[in-house]
Design a protein around this ligand. Structure first.
Ligand SMILES: [Zn+2]
Ligand SMILES: [Zn+2]
Length: 347
């Protein structure tokens, strides 16, 4: 069968690999849709790209094989699959830091989500890593459960009130999910920052207060004048850009919160005025990945059609075109979410 691999930095290839087989407690899922994530791009085009890195962790599909001991799921079920599943009993899990759990990082799909079929290990099957999809959720929509879950985890870390203001730095697919969540949570003013005019235009269509070019010399003033000179209550940095982190310290209000959500390049260093962070009493909170409650919440919002993730998908490529899909998501100035799909056995 076919699967996508990092061949060398900036280079993706489709390889012929052996089709996985389920052990007694495992599942094999035939991928139908898998979103391209910023962290996939970091694995290919980032500074520490390595051929061992797995591509695709936002998959949905159909169960192709169920181990003989698996009772809850059967061949033919339509499912969303979470690649990482924590233990729920270690020190980190018991403190609510499930995404820091050792088991969380050890568990994974094999060979990866960007494959014709992948093995879901027994741990994930038995510990809430699979959601059965009702017929009215498409595979494309289900592939958006994981990124939306990551956004929900970030929001769960913020103290906010209805009518508060938010700035979202980085108007990519997850930036747009943060816009949609801002509306659901009753945020009044939503400011979006980006350097890409297509993406700022896209944000305007979804409905925000103000789209601001990141390098606009008036950016700071625009936020101040839109918030009675206070600055915004919450800033979500939905980009790996270090400039955005610096900017977040300027535009957040005294006592406000900055969420570090985008994936920075490994070993990235930044110089910020920490006296400003201190005297403005700014809370800086990173949010990494998602766990089961976040995933269930994301599933519910999509299932109940409270969030229309379909409108975020601008491009689809088939599995054999994965290299193109990833390149497009990397370079594309006119793309929002890029999804890789597959519908048949390829060989
Ligand atoms: Zn992701
Ligand atoms: Zn744990």
């Amino acid at each position: 069968m076919k699967a996508a691999y990092v061949k060398s930095p900036s280079n993706v290839e489709i390889k012929n690999v052996e089709r996985p087989h389920a052990g007694d407690n495992d599942l094999v899922v035939a991928m139908r849709a898998c979103g391209v994530c910023g962290s996939d791009l970091e694995k290919i085009y980032g500074q520490y790209s390595q051929p061992s890195m797995r591509l695709g962790h936002e998959p949905s599909g159909i169960i192709a094989e169920a181990g003989s001991n698996v009772k809850e799921f059967k061949k033919g079920d339509r499912v969303f699959v979470h690649h990482h599943v924590p233990c729920y009993s270690c020190y980190f899990c018991l403190h609510g830091n499930e995404t820091m759990c050792q088991k969380y990082s050890e568990t994974n799909l094999s060979p990866c989500g960007l494959a014709e079929e992948f093995l879901v290990p027994d741990w994930n099957v038995a510990h809430g890593g699979i959601i059965k999809l009702p017929d009215h959720i498409s595979f494309d929509e289900a592939s958006m459960i994981e990124p939306l879950a990551c956004c929900i985890r970030a929001w769960n870390k913020v103290k906010f009130r209805q009518g508060d203001s938010v700035a979202i730095l980085g108007a990519g697919p997850t930036g747009m999910m943060h816009v949609m969540l801002s509306k659901i949570f009753g945020m009044k003013d939503i400011f979006c920052f980006d350097i890409n005019d297509f993406r700022l235009g896209f944000a305007k269509q979804i409905g925000i207060t103000s789209a601001i070019h990141s390098s606009d010399p008036q950016a700071y003033q625009k936020v101040l004048s839109g918030t009675q000179d206070r600055g915004v209550d919450v800033v979500i940095v939905a980009t790996g850009s270090l400039n955005a982190i610096s900017q977040s310290i300027d535009i957040v209000r005294k006592g406000g919160t900055v969420i570090l959500f985008g994936v920075p390049t490994k070993d990235a260093k930044i110089s910020i005025d920490i006296s400003k962070v201190y005297s403005k009493e700014i809370t800086i909170t990173p949010s990494y990945a998602a766990s089961e409650p976040d995933t269930n919440a994301a599933f519910k919002l999509i299932e109940e059609k409270k969030i229309n993730v379909n409108r975020l998908i601008t491009h689809r490529f088939n599995l054999l075109e994965s290299a193109k899909a990833l390149e497009y998501a990397h370079q594309g100035n006119d793309s929002m979410k890029v999804v890789v799909t597959n519908s048949e056995r390829l060989n």
